[in-house]
Design a binder for this molecule. Sequence first.
Ligand SMILES: O=C(O)C(=O)C[C@]1(C(=O)O)C=C[C@@H](O)C=C1
Length: 118
Amino acid sequence: MITNMVEQPADAETASGPASGPRGGTGADAQTGTDAPEAAERIAEIRERIDDIDNALIELWRERAALSQEIGATRLASGGTRLVLARERKILERFREALGADGTQLALLLLRAGRGPL
Ligand SMILES: O=C(O)C(=O)C[C@]1(C(=O)O)C=C[C@@H](O)C=C1
């Protein structure tokens, strides 16, 4: 797990110099990463939208997984297969076309959340 996501500015103190505060003496706020009030305000504003997007993604992720599980249960109960690889290939291709290599990784995680690991 990543426990320290705070990056230091380019001119941050290094191990060779003394650190005068918790951020190595840069003065940058630990939450926003800047000590400039206008920048901090804009960052807080953008973060509100990011939090909305993240919450929507979490909701959609859960909904997709539930729908995928329902399809799987319906198919198995009817004597069908657990997986339909042709469908998975189409989904992987759609994500790859839209988002590149990261899209493929994302689609693999989405598929696993629904049907479980291969
Ligand atoms: O579309 C289906 O047939 C599903 O079972 C859903 C889903 C998916 O999560 O998108 C899951 C497993 C299948 O192998 C293909 C796709």
